[in-house]
Design a binder for this molecule. Sequence first.
Ligand code: 26W
Length: 824
Amino acid sequence: AWLEHQTSGFKDKDGFEKEVVRHVETTLARSLYNCDEQAAYAACSLAFRDRLILEWNRTQQRQTFADSKRVYYLSLEFLMGRALDNAMLNIGQKDVAKAGLADLGFRIEDVIEQEHDAALGNGGLGRLAACFLDSLASLNYSAWGYGLRYRYGIFKQEIIDGYQVEVPDYWLDFNPWEFPRHDVTVDIQFYGHVTKRTDDNGKTIATWEGGEIVKAVAFDVPIPGYATPSTNNLRLWSSKAASGEFDFQKFNSGDYENSVADQQRAETISAVLYPNDNLDRGKELRLKQQYFWVAASLYDIVRRFKKSKRAWKEFPDQVAIQLNDTHPTLAVVELQRILVDLEGLDWEEAWNIVTQTFGYTNHTVLPEALEKWSVPLFQHLLPRHLQLIYDINLFFLQSVERKFPKDRDMLARVSIIEESQPKMVRMAHLAIVGSHKVNGVAELHSDLIKTTIFKDFVEVFGPDKFTNVTNGITPRRWLHQANPRLSELIASKTGSLDYLKDLTELAKIEHYKDDKDFRKEWAEIKYANKVRLSKHIKKTTGVDVNPSALFDVQVKRIHEYKRQQMNIFGVIHRYLTLKAASPEERKKFQPRVSIFGGKAAPGYWMAKQIIHLINAVGAVVNNDKEIGDLLKVIFLEDYNVSKAEMIIPASDISEHISTAGTEASGTSNMKFVLNGGLIIGTCDGANIEITREIGEQNIFLFGNLAEDVEDIRHNHTYGSHTVDPDLTKVFEAIEKGTFGEPKDFMGMISAVRDHGDFYLVSDDFHSYIETQELVDKAYRDQEGWVTKSIESVARMGFFSSDRCINEYAEGIWNLEPLPIKDQK
Ligand code: 26W
């Protein structure tokens, strides 16, 4: 209905075409006769962008005029994927564009495909931030995203001879979705020293002087809401040298090379996204990125607050800042610095404002992912911030001391400073102390952080500071865009596309689960999606797969805790079983295509070995004439958001098989089920809540429970550790050279056999294999399978990121949507 009074739509298809032609001929300076798909993409994007800008301006005006509270989502990663399709859907005029493009001789799907993914993230955390932006705009919240404008996003992955090769992702050649704001800049200071003096009232004044300055330039990206005119802003900071193009002093004195080097050093700050997922490497440039981005964002936020001329104590009524993991935790210190050093507030008053403003979301319990920065590095790069951290810690420890007198161990455990050599700043502790709420991302995860890594803090602050907000996904991208036919079928039963605004409406389709035509179409859509993926597999790998086989998919970052190694060991077990069977027996097996995808961090040797083994197994199995269609093993190169949109709707079963207690939530599990795929998984992260919602009969759970993992690990080290017999046979096959040079894969084998099997691959293997057999059996009953699929989708309403964002707004941000009344 909002379309009727919006000012931003095209009148009709002709109006759209006119705009496209205008952009081709003027903005792009090309002739219509020389308009290829790339130019059509560019012109179509520019046409929609023009529409978007109008609503974007109006939204910003509306928010300024309302002068009510805003939320700021600080994230080092925003894994946005493509923008055009989303813009067309959210503006509500994809049909017009489709018809218009057809007139001009283009298929809309081909035009959409031209866009390069905006891949400013590694995995789950970055994609969650992107889903949140979609929901915040769709629900009319006044919200800003703040991030870094990396020149290079996550690397492109090529598979060469079975090995991962990283290629830089230069994505900014043509990006119509960003607007440089050369007038919005902030000078950011690094290094230098601190001087202290006492003023007339005896108050100590600290001044941070010297060092070097780098300029932050804002680039804005419009974020349209679905079926609402609200269009929010994602502000990404880009670094450049503060003195302009060159350091003219060096330039004039003939030191040309060094003047250029200074400029490049400044630009290096926002040059590249760190490709580690769940691993903290403690690199100086990463800390520089964090401070650069946090300082620029806070300057911007404070500048906006100051315009309203309110008292400082009202800051938390106007501003909520959410820390997406600990990466932006310096913001806590920076706000305290602004309030105390620059604005002259008392420590206590300032600290109250700070803690009421921030919320901290934890996304991982893996110890190697918990950020720590060395004190000497801090001292060098941010001398004043280190002092403030010591003061924050002192006051905090004093309060702990009052509550737990004489408990020195407690003080050492909760201290923001780890007394190691060198000393380290524990960013998670700083984030907890500096926030009023700390949340985990699924029930199990939120319970685990309260009983393990943050246990002491629950005693110090009480349990109410800790809460859960189970993750969610946007149904706009992950159902309607990725799976348009399924979305249309659902809409035909729920009555309209309104379910995209209230996902619990999906429950209505359960009434049709016995309807013959509905079931038939349901199955046909899945099949069509599998055919589409099969074509992609053929094109990119040369392998023919049968779309009627069971498609088994595991796509996510490659990590030992996610256990792709267990999956490929299971595939080898299946291969050996098939080889041992007689031709008669083989006919009884359910044909399967095992599909893998995901990037390994460039320095993660074991993850790269896993990729290599998957490809090596594929090379043997896929060419084994005896096996034929019974088993295929595919590794899909360069898994990213736009590929996910094609892969996820084509899955029959997907694997979410992390060692229990290690995957904080997972969000692709939700995407697969929402698209009618079933899942095999451990009792981990959001799998548990998915089971509760869809019913135990609709999911394949296996493996040890989180509560038992510690004891099992202890037993590996101190008790007797024997490898599962089926897994032993798999190892023997690898060691015989069945898949090439055995030494290439010995790391994976010895991790299980000789190094304590930290991820319980052997302990869970039997249960995994058995459960895979149950999957085969269930799939052979196609009718039963379709029933499971329909029931699951119908019960997924809870996992919308809209629900999730509403929970943050109410429980953490104290934020209400901004109503849209008529605006002049
Ligand atoms: C410092 C290096 C580093 C980089 C990224 C450490 C940790 C991270 C992220 C927190 C890792 C991450 O993406 N975590 C994932 O967050 C998702 C969204 O909440 C969850 O669904 C995943 O389970 C969790 O692994």
